[in-house]
Design a binder for this molecule. Sequence first.
Ligand code: A3P
Length: 340
Amino acid sequence: LASAPPIQLAEMYFQLHPEEVDPVWGNPCDDARHKKIWSKTKNCDSLPKFLVIGPQKTGTTALYTFLSMHGSIASNIASPDTFEEVQFFNGNNYYRGLDWYMDFFPSGETVAMPNNSSPMPTQLGSPRYMFEKSATYFDGEAVPKRTHALLPHAKIVTILISPAKRAYSWYQHQRAHGDVIANNYSFYQVITASDSAPRALKDLRNRCLNPGKYAQHLEHWLAFYPAQQVHIIDGDQLRLNPIDVMNELQRFLKVQPLLDYSNHLRYDVKKGFYCQALNEKRNKCLGKSKGRQYPTMDERSGKLLQRYYLNHNTALVKLLKKLGSRPIPQWLKEDLSTGT
Ligand code: A3P
């Protein structure tokens, strides 16, 4: 029998078990021994009960804002780097560990403080539905496996709009953020960039195109979560009819009490979107970066994207039918009807 200093032992261990080099954080409350040695200040009830997973540019900020108006729903505290999004389950933040993640959810199981920005009276001591919205989760390769290991009972909420529109909105987003590639190449040039194009151009092309392969990404989530735990929002409905969307979402989440959003959301003519009604006259809309003004997509790009997404959209229709009782969004019918 031999021993070695801890680092050396760890190295030997990982040589024997290379499959464990990449950690997967499990839920400490699933194992009584883990729970026992866990810090008294932590408890599993402060972990999110649902995740809004994106994808980017589908209306995730609007949904996040509307959810945060609900007195019984609370999100994480803001991250200094990525603002409302924690972006834990994708990328390098995951390696910061569970305590790092949980520090974003300090208030725990019950409403300890009234939510002053909420139009709804907060009931102190009532259960809270903690949630997290990170729009990059949707198409993150490792994300469903990781979220399932920690949050197997969480509900998963996603928003879908026409993937072509989503791609264009992302391109416009990058232009507005001063991205050199987006400002030097037309949308058509970006989406038709070949694999031999410069790296940065290919990256932008991929960020425009890949998240829109909805069926593929959803199948990946559904390999980990049962369909009853997954809620799909039609992003066009969220934009045009958020009151019904929020009612349906509250029923799915089984959140109590129900907030009647018709008293709190109002169409703002100037913004061209629904906004939070602060009082009879004033609305609070999302910032300039949400609901941007830009030229409509050129016809050539529109046609190309319809062809590009044809198989993906066909697979999405099949998937929605298989999942049952999910209406086929109008944008999906339209994308398919002209995509031949
Ligand atoms: P555009 O700015 O391209 O119009 P995300 O928050 O996921 O980045 O999505 C941004 C998109 O949300 C906007 O894209 C806009 O179309 C859409 N959206 C939906 N409802 C909205 C609302 N009430 N206010 C502002 N934007 C909204």
